[in-house]
Design a protein around this ligand. Structure first.
Ligand SMILES: [Zn+2]
Length: 86
């Protein structure tokens, strides 16, 4: 917990933990610092939270991995078209 800058591996780990509310305040802070300069992890975080949000909204309790990856693909496509509009 001493360094401020996370590697991409660590950042994605924190991102996954944050999804389940298992990350600490300090971890989330470091993650936010990381995504300030790392677009890849920023994108990963957006995709992750969108996916969680969508699954919570639709109250899907059990999805097989095929539907999950299809949903993710669909969201990524949607976000790409949003980027194009900027
Ligand atoms: Zn990164």
């Amino acid at each position: 917990m001493s360094k401020l800058f996370l590697s991409c591996d660590e950042a994605s780990h924190v991102c996954d933990k944050a999804q389940y509310n298992e990350s600490t305040f300090w971890e989330r802070l470091k993650f936010r610092v990381h995504i300030l300069f790392c677009n890849l992890c920023k994108q990963h975080s957006i995709t992750n939270s969108k996916l969680t949000e969508t699954m919570n909204k639709s109250k899907i309790v059990c999805l097989d991995s095929k539907s999950k990856s299809e949903m993710k693909k669909c969201l990524e496509k949607e976000m790409k078209s949003q980027d194009a509009n900027h």
